[in-house]
Design a protein around this ligand. Structure first.
Ligand code: NAP
Ligand code: G3H
Length: 475
């Protein structure tokens, strides 16, 4: 029998009556089981979190920071062990999985330090009417209360830690709902906080399928803030169920890499391949289409195609560049996009090949805007090239996407790059680099259907706190 992982609730490790077995996507090996929590058990999680809130928020920043630093140290100590499980559980290359754990420790430490810099402000009256001159406002931030953190399969530790740490340092209590495929990794993260001695009830986990308990955990009146990363349809549903409660949504993307005539094509090719095929394309910030000027298209396509041919294909433990996708449904979806592009006349530059959930990396040239691949997010290793005649056409196609996460512009003309960046309807534009979330103190956000709210340590703390003013007269 494999290990039965437990939820961390009110400082104790708990099983539920039913469990969900977790299998490795690459090998099919059973990795263990996690509890399928009932609604009554969710009620207990929320009640214990709420009970822990007054004492936790009463601590000073430095006291809360000490717990976070301890948890970060434990993650660094156990990075290899946690990374190995994570690598198997979501079929991520072993080195990347270990880096994910280390990056999470760094975010936790940074959040702890950022908490120490939390400052309120004092405002003087007198700007609107003479009589208000004697008024003073002391403006401070206070925790929102109970934060429900829901993380996706592709970063089960990091996109949990990046929500939990800013929430905790600000004085909130947290319930983490990890992705089902990624639950074990989420529980290992919780073990680090437990070992760090975080007070009972301050940080808890809820496992169970989103399709079964999702609505219940979101709608529950105990929850004060929902911090979600995942797909756009689920994010939209959460947005509706949240009602008037504040939310943070980090959703899908269709990031464009726009390549101009004067770009350094070697730099562009290197970044496009790394950006499109890292973790087999299963990143929200992956480069998901290339909009290249006609005059340099042949040369760029050749460079990118060569690099893609050199990618290694295999298993996570071998650190292959391309590993099996998270599940069969994901691989079927990518195959559907490939078939549509092929039928409509796009030119595949590599062999179209799939074995089980393993989809071999593929570049399509001459993709046109009537193809699904021009607009839909594959979340897999297939990259479309759309040839354009002008910068205006590239901007137009980029902005016609329902998504607005990020974009890249490759050019040696910086004023032009800035002018293009201003016109792109996205949260972040990278110049001469791949689209990416980091560094983690930078703001990270999506426009349109890519999200709501701003992540990034300082911004996450701001989002998960509310402003409280105390106003008085000085005479
Ligand atoms: P997903 O299917 O939306 O799942 C995300 C999380 O939501 C999981 O924990 C899932 O639990 C849970 N969930 C599912 N249904 C729910 C419901 N009705 N109520 C509450 N929670 C529910 O997304 P995914 O497949 O894990 O991730 C891939 C998608 O996420 C892609 O579209 C990608 O672009 C996006 N993503 C965006 C970002 C970003 O920062 N913008 C980062 C990473 C990923 P279960 O696993 O139990 O279903
Ligand atoms: O998948 C979404 C993540 O937020 C992307 O993070 O750009 O560091 O891979 P990343």
């Amino acid at each position: 029998m494999t290990k039965q992982y437990k939820n961390y609730v009110n400082g104790e490790w708990k099983l539920s009556e039913n469990e969900i077995k977790i299998y490795a996507p690459a090998s099919g090996e059973e990795l263990g089981s996690v509890p399928a929590m009932t609604q009554a058990e969710v009620d207990d999680v929320y009640a214990s979190a709420k009970a822990a809130l007054p004492a936790w928020r009463a601590l000073s920043y430095v006291e809360r920071a000490n717990y976070l630093h301890k948890a970060a140290d434990i993650l660094v100590r156990d990075a290899e062990k946690i990374g190995s499980v994570l690598s198997q559980e979501v079929a991520k290359g072993h080195k990347s999985a270990v880096s994910e754990v280390i990056r999470t420790a760094e975010i936790i430490n940074y959040a702890a330090e950022e908490g120490l810099r939390m400052e309120g402000e004092v405002l003087e009256g007198g700007s609107f009417e003479a009589a208000s001159k004697k008024k003073i406002a002391i403006v401070r931030r206070e925790p929102v209360g109970l934060v429900l953190a829901i993380s996706p399969f592709n970063y089960p530790v990091n996109l949990a830690g990046s929500k939990i740490a800013p929430a905790l340092i600000a004085g909130n209590v947290v319930a983490l709902k990890p992705p089902t495929q990624g639950s074990i990794s989420g529980i290992l993260l919780a073990q680090a906080f437990a070992e760090a001695g975080i007070p009972a009830g301050v940080f808890n986990t809820i496992t169970g399928r989103g399709s079964v308990i999702g609505d219940y955990i979101v709608e529950h009146e105990a929850v004060n803030f929902i911090n979600f990363t995942g797909s756009t349809p689920v994010g939209e549903r959460i947005g509706k169920l949240a009602g008037m409660r504040p939310i943070m949504l980090e959703l899908g993307g269709k990031d464009s890499a726009i390549v101009l005539e004067d770009a350094d094509l070697d730099v562009a090719a290197k970044n496009i391949v790394a950006g499109a095929f890292g973790y087999s394309g299963q990143r929200c910030t992956a480069v998901k289409r290339v909009l290249v000027m006609d005059s340099v298209a042949d040369a760029l396509v050749e460079k990118v195609s060569q690099k893609v041919s050199a990618l290694t294909i295999g298993n996570p433990e071998d650190d292959a560049d391309i590993t099996p996708l998270i599940d069969t449904k994901a691989a079927d979806f990518v195959e559907g996009l490939i078939n549509d592009a092929k039928e409509k006349g796009a030119q595949p530059l590599h062999e179209i090949k799939r074995e089980g959930n393993l989809v071999c990396p593929l570049v399509f040239d001459k993709v046109t805007t009537d193809m699904r691949l021009a607009w839909e997010e594959p979340f897999g290793p297939v990259l479309p090239f759309i040839r354009v005649k002008s910068v205006e056409e590239a901007i137009k196609i980029s902005n016609e996407s329902e998504y607005g996460l990020q974009a890249s512009v490759f050019t040696n003309n910086f004023p032009r790059a800035f002018a293009i960046a201003e016109q792109l309807e996205v949260g972040t534009v990278h110049i001469n680099n791949k689209t990416q979330r980091g560094t983690d103190n930078f703001p990270f956000l999506g426009a349109k259907k890519s999200g709501a709210g701003v992540q990034g340590v300082k911004y996450s703390i701001e989002a998960m706190t509310s402003v409280k003013s105390v106003v008085f007269d000085i005479e």
